[in-house]
Design a protein around this ligand. Sequence first.
Ligand SMILES: C[S@@+](CC[C@H](N)C(=O)[O-])C[C@H]1O[C@@H](n2cnc3c(N)ncnc32)[C@H](O)[C@@H]1O
Length: 363
Amino acid sequence: MSHDGSAAIRELAQGIYQRGGSTINPSKPSVDLRPDSINELARSFWHSAILRAGIKLNLFSFLEGNALTYNDVAQRIGAAPRFVQAFLESCVVLDLLEKREDTYSNSPLASKFLVKGGKEYIGDHALHHTNTWASWGRLDEVIREGKTLLPYETGYVDAATYWTDYMMGQHNRAASGQARYLVESVDLRSRRKLLDLGGGAASYSIALCGANPQLKAVVVDSKEPLEIARPLVDEHHLRGQITLLEGDFLQTKLGTDYDVALISGVVLIKSEEDSRCLFKAAYDALLPGGMVIVQDYMRIDHSPERVRLDTLEHMYVMVAFDPGAADREGEEVASWLRDTGYQNLKMIPLPTQLALITAEKSV
Ligand SMILES: C[S@@+](CC[C@H](N)C(=O)[O-])C[C@H]1O[C@@H](n2cnc3c(N)ncnc32)[C@H](O)[C@@H]1O
């Protein structure tokens, strides 16, 4: 990113931060001064609750290809018809369902993204996001004490649900397009051994090994994610190519014979210090000429919509992952890679919310 670009984004972000004060943000129309703006903000969690309930009740999956009355739906889920009717009407106004006469069916949006087993299903990711609800509900306390509240620490979900939704949510993202973008953006045809640090459900090792049959991968993560990864690796018949290694990636002996390392979705949820240690661990594990791939939320695209998302995402990772976590400038992450000794950095924006940085260990 150019220095001019960084300056522009800082100004834009500052504008957003200072909207309540005297700074005028030129990218925004003048602020709507009706009380409805505040009321709408206050009620916006209702939308999230309706989406979450629809996924948890499996509504969109059993409505796919079916048009049912509210009484049919109530019978199907064993629920009170009056509540079901109000709920289905709420789904209609949020464009999740369509109503014809007295029957309800999926909207195109729900059909595309909320039907279990669908190619672009992202319901688990929505559950993962909404699992942090009670943590957000205590945001004043979180801010005052500068602490993170994991969803199972609030009691809102248990640890097993947390890990399943978290990992399947990451896998939804990979399977619904991100893995294809990664595979298309990195040429691994001459690479033999991949180290996938914090590999989670092994989603990207699965994609990269599937696309590069000569490649073997070692996925390092803790017990819970690897339990989710194992059946996914089996489902893709990749047991011969992918090894799951349980452990802390900063403590475990990783070996020194990798020619590519992947760090995906980890920098966002770690402090600068941990991220730098992780880059060093990857560096030490790589052979000379080895490639590191960092895939993450990073500010490379600086559109106003993106600034809004990144600003909220920054708060989210502090609330729900680690007090040192941050949504960062791509250039900042790049500087840590350079400090570690990596060369030939390439910043690669993607058509999704994630971006890539690739770099090499010197020969
Ligand atoms: C956001 S997920 C990303 C998973 C996967 N790389 C992906 O992109 O879908 C972050 C992963 O880092 C793992 N992780 C965090 N700290 C770790 C550590 N110290 N050692 C091993 N894994 C860790 C988490 O368990 C989680 O699976």
